[in-house]
Write a protein that binds this ligand. Structure first.
Ligand SMILES: O=S(=O)(O)O[C@H]1C[C@H](O)[C@@H](O)[C@@H]1CO
Length: 679
């Protein structure tokens, strides 16, 4: 292919072009959020479903009820605290202890009404207590200090005296770290325990548990102790309290995302009662009731709005924040005359992020939680995939976007129905477009946005991924063509599409692969950009394709990877240079951008075909360096990074000969980025 590169840029490449889409889909609790244990003794899954049905019946929230709901969700009535069996799942008895989850008559807080009650039978000998298995294991590092905390009380006063031994131990019982606290049967009120655990050694694997054993000094009487609000934290990313898991957070930061879309995706909430409510996710963990997320399990909401915002500042990315839009996946939408309390809640959510303390209670709440300065926020998405409820979006959009844009004129509100179908007003400044398809679809649609009308409307390619090789059953199972992990065929297919996103970045202002993260031991959606288990993170082929398109630059503070990644920071051009267009029916696509700071031209070549391709770039600049840098990812079409083979495909950086005429051969199934100094 002979490719002329223009000297004259066609448009500025937006700084927001490549980023990340996140929601808790087996990726928040037990994933990005640093908490090591799954311990929502708050509610069992069944209970929360009961709760949500109760709340559904109170949908028409009057002002007072809204105030109550806004205060801390709708109070659960007592009889709903009955069945909590599922809440016991992560807990196991040690010795003769009996474990039950009870609706505590004296709950540790109104948001956490249940307790784990441990009964030690009289005359017990040997070790007695309980353990928690973490999220399919717990990583135990000797260089880490863990913070273990919980609340306990004796439900009835007794003469019991003894110790609680708190430990990290292997599943075979070898103690790796331990600490203890003395307790007395007279402690009938809640006592908060916070202990450090320093492992004496690094465990060989993650088959470890958090264990609490009860050691009576003289205990021949049956004893019961209530426990609540367990937490086990390792060191966190940037040492944030209640922060993020270091290896996952560093991997996400390494990709150099410009934005982070959250809290969903479907997990924004598809029913009124179980929607994500910002006010239930901030403040003390004791005040966070948790909810059943849209992926069928309890979200503790320990990862809450302030934790997200602090994370964005630590990584140097900006939010694309969703507000719930009055729609329920079951197909029902709130009638227009019932939207007001939820529009108010959305306004409060935005004010928590950008309001001035003293002018709005949510902003004052943010200041009281340690961040008086407003955070950065330019983009708010109204709902998620409302094409499923397009018939009611016209009034929901009109009322949400209409009222919110009057309150927040500097925010761009993003609509989630299909572009211009239906026509909605106020005229959306942007639409969020999602596509999950085969690699072939992405190759055939690299010119998807070239034909879009250039009016004032912008586009957010908020979710895209090649997820199956079976065009007639995209969302099928692995034996029907669904990918478990990205491979080189899917990643190079996505890369051809991304050359189109760059060429059309005059109207495409942001794009993110989805989903971002999955726990390989419990996943509901494959493939994902990054996978992990309790001990490791797995970077996929698509992760490297996304990363090579992003700017990282000074964002990443960890020097150990900075040098290598510095090359990547030059890949974020800020001006698009038109070129001879690729053949839309072909499999080889390219794009050219210029970084006006470093005066480098960056050429990206995606070859999603089975044959290598010779590409000759004509660079008519006054002077072009004789050598440049090539970063290349390539492999067999089914080559893939998996937990079994985590590094089967990785980008290779090398020097290549460059000049005004740049001869390049793109291997089959490859993604290449050439950066060269020009004058
Ligand atoms: O089942 S889907 O609706 O296709 O779910 C998709 C679309 C939704 O926005 C996101 O949460 C999810 C996977 O990333």
């Amino acid at each position: 292919f002979n490719v002329d590169v223009s000297l004259t840029p066609s448009h500025a490449v937006p700084s927001t072009l490549f980023g990340q889409m996140f929601e808790d889909i087996n990726s928040g609790d037990g994933g990005l959020y640093g908490e090591c244990m799954f311990s929502p003794i708050v509610y069992s899954l069944l209970h929360l479903l009961t709760f949500s049905s109760a709340a559904e019946s109170r949908i028409s929230a009057s002002d007072t009820e809204y105030a109550l709901m806004n205060a801390r969700l709708i109070e659960r009535n007592a009889d709903e605290r009955t069945d909590t069996t599922a809440a016991l799942d992560p807990w196991a008895a040690i010795g003769e202890a009996q474990l039950t989850v009870i609706a505590d008559p004296k709950p540790v807080s109104s948001a956490l009404p249940n307790s784990l009650q441990v009964t030690v039978p009289a005359g017990t000998s040997g070790s007695v207590g309980f353990s928690n298995s973490g999220f399919w294991g717990i990583k135990v590092e000797s260089s880490w200090t863990y913070n273990a905390s919980f609340y306990f009380r004796f439900p009835s006063a007794s003469t019991f005296t003894g110790k609680l031994n708190v430990a990290l131990q292997t599943t075979s019982g070898r103690v790796l770290a331990s600490n203890s606290i003395s307790v007395r049967g007279s402690q009938t009120g809640w006592t908060h325990v916070s202990l450090s655990l320093r492992p004496s050694t690094t465990a060989p694997n993650t088959d470890n548990v958090f264990a609490v054993t009860i050691e009576p000094t003289r205990g021949d009487t049956e004893t019961a102790i209530n426990f609540a609000m367990f937490s086990l934290f390792p060191p966190t990313f940037k040492n944030r309290p209640n922060g993020m898991r270091i290896d996952i957070a560093e991997t996400l930061a390494e990709m150099g995302p410009a934005f982070f879309r959250f809290p969903g995706g479907n997990n924004v909430g598809q029913t009124t009662a179980t929607r994500w409510q910002w006010n239930a996710t901030v403040g003390s963990l004791l005040d966070r009731p948790g909810r059943v997320g849209d992926w069928g399990y309890v979200n503790t909401d320990g990862l809450g709005l302030l934790e997200y915002l602090n994370f964005f500042e630590d990584v140097g990315m900006e939010p694309i924040m969703a507000v719930w839009s009055g729609y329920s996946l079951g197909g029902t939408s709130l009638p227009e005359n019932e939207l007001a309390p939820y529009i108010q809640q959305a306004a409060d959510q935005i004010n928590f992020v950008i309001g001035e303390p003293g002018t709005s209670p949510p902003a004052s709440l943010r200041a009281s939680l340690g961040h008086p300065e407003p955070f950065a926020l330019r983009f708010v998405e109204v709902g998620n995939e409302d094409f499923f409820a397009a018939d009611t979006y016209p009034y929901r959009w009109r009322d949400f976007a209409g009222n919110l844009s009057a309150l927040f004129p500097n925010i761009t509100f993003i609509a989630t129905t299909d572009a211009f179908s239906p026509i909605i007003s106020p005229d959306p400044q942007a639409y969020d477009v999602h596509v999950y398809q085969t690699p072939g679809w992405f190759i055939q649609n690299a010119f998807y946005y070239d034909s879009f009308e250039r009016n004032s409307t912008k586009y957010f390619e908020g979710e895209y991924a090649a997820i199956s090789t079976n065009a007639s059953n995209i969302f099928g199972t692995p034996d029907q063509g669904r990918l478990l992990f990205p491979d080189m065929q899917s990643a190079s297919g996505e890369a051809t599409f991304m050359t189109g996103l760059e060429r059309n970045s005059d109207i495409v202002f942001a794009a993110s692969y989805a989903p971002l993260l999955q726990h390989v031991n419990d996943s509901q959606w494959t493939p994902d950009l990054v996978s992990f288990d309790a001990g490791n993170v797995y970077r996929s082929t698509s992760f490297f394709v996304q990363k090579v398109h992003s700017s990282i630059a000074e964002k990443l503070k960890s020097p150990k990877t900075y040098q290598w990644l510095q090359l990547f920071s030059l890949n974020k051009g800020d001006e698009y240079l038109p070129t001879t267009l690729p053949d839309p029916a072909g499999t080889v696509f390219w794009s050219a951008v210029r970084n006006t700071t470093s005066q480098e031209v960056i050429l990206k070549v995606a070859n999603a075909g089975a044959d290598e391709a010779a590409v000759v770039f004509q660079l008519p600049f006054t002077s072009v360096a004789e050598s440049g840098t090539l970063q290349q990812l390539h492999g067999d079409p089914t080559a893939s990074n998996t937990p079994e083979q985590p590094n089967s495909v990785a980008p290779v950086t090398s020097k290549i000969a460059t000049g005004k005429v740049l001869n390049f051969t793109a291997p089959a199934f490859s993604v290449s980025v050439i950066s060269v100094q020009v004058k």
